[in-house]
Ligand binder design. Structure first.
Ligand code: UD1
Length: 401
């Protein structure tokens, strides 16, 4: 069973800043990013404790403290504290966020949207100062359906008297989950999962208990692991409709897949066929967070595959490591061409980011001989016990501290 989705859990954790009462979030995953988000919440005065598998959060004494660079750089999602603090306190001071080095990752769309809602923003020395005393509703049209900008604007708009409409918003399942959580606390958000979200401000949010959705990227990573190793695997805990674009590609590769409810079974064929083309897109298109894993599968699939990375410009940093393992991949700008080879060979490689790092582990499962993946802290930002789970599935892995 996969963990709750990192990309749902993180904005939901930030959203607890908006609530003065106790919130219980079930099935808290032990990802480094989730633990770091809890550290940030504690620095903002919220009480956070792990109880069994849940996080119990009390926001009664939260204050709009400065989020300095050493805290903000812990993870990309630190930027969600901006929208949430503006929502509750009408002011915020936050340093630019950190996160995976997969591209420029500007936050101009977040800031433009907030300005459209009346927030006065000044920036100096990498710190964003926001005054939202004149925060009002309005209609924001995003130039690009950014996941983070959509979430930050929702967080800034749920409390108040006005109506905010976000057009060309992101439609990812994790956004729907954030809105379901907020609505359970009493927010009035309509249209999540479509390209137009409408938020009617409410005076306050009440405490609640919530279980975020399962992680579609982890589910997809395990399915690809099964496909790469000519194995059989059943993955549960995530609605398969959320990664339909991956299922389609895996079927094209020759894998047999059967999905029912939140369970999906895969059986890999003797010979994998190249999928020909992978183009990352916003949801429901093929997710950029599964690009590295599916590209890795192509390295041992018969034929040639062209991979266009349309979301983040630096998402091929894992490719030189795959080449060390015998993969035949050429990269130019945001396009990679993969010519399948019969087998990979084990090598010493380095994780450069979260998903690319996980893909090197997958490649190591398939490669002949030993593979050593270094800098696994990148992987631990969004996977817990990847090694233990793969061992349970028959892999031979040893973790060295
Ligand atoms: C989120 C996910 C990340 C996923 C990505 C795309 C979280 C914590 N992270 O990241 O795992 O890979 O969605 O599905 O949920 N952009 C701008 N200006 C902005 C904001 C974004 O130009 O203000 C650009 C980015 O540089 C990128 C594209 O828009 O090229 C997509 O970014 P966005 O959807 O915002 O991704 P994140 O929220 O950073």
């Amino acid at each position: 069973m996969v963990e709750c989705a990192k990309n749902a859990y993180l904005p939901i954790l930030a959203a607890t800043i908006l609530c003065e009462e106790q919130v219980i979030l079930n099935r808290a995953p032990e990802f480094a990013d989730v633990n770091n988000m809890c550290v940030i919440l504690e620095k903002l005065g919220l009480k956070v404790k792990r109880q069994g598998g849940a996080l119990v959060i009390d926001g009664a004494n939260a204050t709009p403290r400065f989020v300095p660079v050493d805290t903000a750089k812990l993870l990309r999602s630190s930027i969600f504290t901006l929208g949430a603090m503006l929502g509750r306190f009408r002011r915020a001071r936050v340093a630019y966020p950190g996160g995976c080095d997969i591209g420029l990752r500007p936050i101009d769309l977040h800031l433009k949207g907030l300005r459209d809602l009346g927030v006065k923003i000044t920036e100096s020395h990498g710190v964003i100062n926001c005054d939202a005393t004149e925060l009002h509703g309005g209609t924001i049209a995003l130039d690009f359906a950014s996941v983070g900008a959509t979430e930050n604007l929702i967080l800034a708009s749920v409390l108040g008297k006005d109506r905010t409409v976000i057009i060309n918003c992101a439609r990812e399942p994790e956004i729907v989950d954030l809105c379901n959580f907020l609505n359970k606390m009493g927010a009035r958000i309509y249209g999540a999962g479509t390209g137009r979200i409408e938020i009617e401000g409410v005076a306050r949010l009440n405490g609640t208990e919530y279980t975020p959705i399962g992680d579609r990227i982890i589910a997809g990573t395990y399915l690809i692991a099964g496909a790469l190793t000519h194995g059989k695997i059943e993955v549960s805990g995530c609605n398969s409709i959320f990664f339909a674009s991956l299922i389609d590609k895996l079927r094209y590769s020759g894998c047999f897949l059967r999905a029912k409810g939140d369970k999906i079974y895969l059986k890999s064929p003797k010979t994998l066929k190249s999928v020909g083309l992978i183009e990352t897109q916003v949801y429901p298109g093929f997710p950029t967070d599964l690009q590295a894993q599916l590209l890795t599968l192509q390295t041992v699939s018969k034929g040639c595959c062209v991979v266009h990375e349309n979301i983040f410009e630096s998402r091929f940093k894992f490719v030189p490591e795959l080449i060390k393992m015998g993969a035949n991949v050429k990269v130019r700008d945001c396009t990679a061409v993969v010519e399948g080879v019969a087998d990979l060979s084990g090598a010493e490689v380095y994780a450069k980011d979260l998903r690319g790092g996980a893909s090197l582990v997958l490649a190591g499962l398939r490669a002949k001989g030993y593979t050593t993946v270094n800098d696994i802290y990148h992987i631990e930002r969004g996977y817990c016990n990847l090694d233990k789970r793969l061992i349970e599935l028959g892999a031979q892995i040893r973790r060295e501290e």
